[in-house]
Write a protein that binds this ligand. Structure first.
Ligand code: HGY
Ligand code: MN
Ligand code: MN
Length: 417
């Protein structure tokens, strides 16, 4: 896409819209933003979105899985087979400003462009905002889109607990979502004729090729496992070193072994980003350590084999430390290749946009097996994400919104599906 003159970002621009929420959910301890699903911060963002959509004349509803839908349907078309865009508003702890909200703000800005252009849509357009994409509160990534797609058992979802012990069912009920109605929503799926999600790039590819926007090709398979290492809790002062069965030591050795195991497997990524000792006292030898493992690889069978290898390493290390180790899967999403016809249509609209794979999961990946799905990525000059350093220049945010508007317009006015 030629990097020609771009409309100065005004208040209605994607960058301007993001500035409206720049103070919502700031995390004073971690830095960045902490906006867990259905927290006060995320609820404030939901209200912001509903207000911005309503101000544009979009009809806003929230479905039985807590997904918000904002409809632009000036010609009153039937909703089945509509064009849908959108993303998420929840964040990881201490996350960046753009992961999720850029896609939502760009969708609003794209509607502004379509209206300014006088586009006459042959089908309806919706902006969807999915909840718990990060899985940061209840542990399962893309929980909202998984529920809609029937990719998680509703009873399992209802019983998921956050770190305060609150169940997803109780939090839904407190947030106006009836937990008894959670589950696959075929009517919502039928309304999606094509889903296009715009997202900040969470790597460096667009910097390296010098383009502001890319079309997505695939999402790396990725999963999350909980590893529990159990030992003997005891007193830090009265327990001699030779008498200890310290799960923290076993966990520390295991984390290094996980790094080594993944580094030895071409294309693999494995991360332990969260460790929780129990009871967690400074003068207490832990009785148990919970740690969470994120493993990713293009080949699902390779991921499974690597996880099995890492589990075996953990068991050996635990035994050497007089402890035990057990692993349980929390969520898994296999590698996804986006719809070729839809991807080719977007590439025809954006001939200068490179086609990129991503190592990050997205709601688009959950929907891909059910409806034609595609993604656009916008340049992130730091190449860093899930961190306060994540960034998008105002001009690139505008280029992304224009690219999204161009793609949506092509899908809205064509006589094809
Ligand atoms: O974890 C991921 O890949 C995404 O950011 N949820
Ligand atoms: Mn993310
Ligand atoms: Mn995201």
């Amino acid at each position: 896409m030629p990097e020609g003159p771009i409309r100065a970002p005004g208040s209605g621009s994607a960058a301007g819209l993001l500035r409206e929420i720049a103070s919502t959910g700031i995390d004073p301890v971690r830095g960045g933003y902490s906006r867990p699903v259905f927290s006060t911060a995320e609820q404030d963002l939901r209200q912001w979105f509903a207000g911005a959509a309503s101000a544009r004349g979009l009809e806003v509803t929230t479905d039985r899985n807590g997904t918000i839908w904002a409809w632009w349907n000036p010609r009153g078309h039937p909703l089945e087979g509509s064009v849908v865009t959108g993303s998420h508003l929840d964040s990881v702890p201490g996350g960046g400003q753009f992961d999720g909200p850029l896609g939502v703000a760009s969708a609003l800005a794209a509607v502004d462009h379509l209206v300014t252009r006088g586009t006459t849509p042959r089908r309806a357009l919706a902006i969807a905002v999915f909840g718990e994409e990060e899985g940061s509160r209840f542990g399962v990534a893309c929980l909202g889109s998984r529920l809609m797609a029937g990719a998680i058992d509703p009873d399992r979802a209802r019983n998921l607990r956050d770190q305060q012990g609150d169940t997803f069912a109780d939090v839904c009920a407190a947030s106006g979502v009836d937990p008894d109605r959670l589950g696959r929503d075929d009517e919502a799926l039928r309304r999606i004729g094509a889903f296009v999600e715009l997202h900040v790039e969470q790597g460096r590819s667009l910097i390296d090729v010098g383009e502001p926007v890319a079309v997505g090709s695939s999402i790396l398979g990725h999963g999350r496992w909980k590893l529990t290492v159990s030992g003997q809790g005891n007193h830090a002062g009265t327990t001699l070193m030779a008498d200890r069965r310290d799960p923290m030591v076993a966990a520390a050795r295991t984390i290094v072994a996980i790094r080594d195991g993944a580094a030895a497997q071409k294309g693999a990524r494995a991360t332990v980003g969260r460790v929780a000792p129990v009871p967690g006292g400074t003068n207490v030898i832990a009785s148990r350590v919970d740690l969470w493992l994120d493993v990713r690889h293009p080949d699902d069978a390779a991921t499974a084999a690597l996880v099995e290898d890492l589990h075996a390493r953990a068991r050996v290390i635990a035994a050497e430390e007089g402890c035990t180790a057990s692993l349980s899967e929390e969520s898994y999403s296999g590698t996804v290749h986006f719809s070729s016809p839809l991807r080719q249509r977007l590439s025809a609209v954006l001939p200068h946009a490179p086609v990129l794979e991503t190592g990050a999961g997205h709601d688009a990946g959950v929907l891909a097996p059910h409806v034609p799905t595609a993604m656009l990525f916008v340049r992130n000059p730091t190449g860093v994400s899930h961190s306060p350093e994540e960034y998008v220049e105002d001009e690139d945010a505008e280029r992304g919104a224009v690219a999204l508007a161009d793609c949506l317009e092509a899908l809205l006015v064509s006589d094809g599906g």
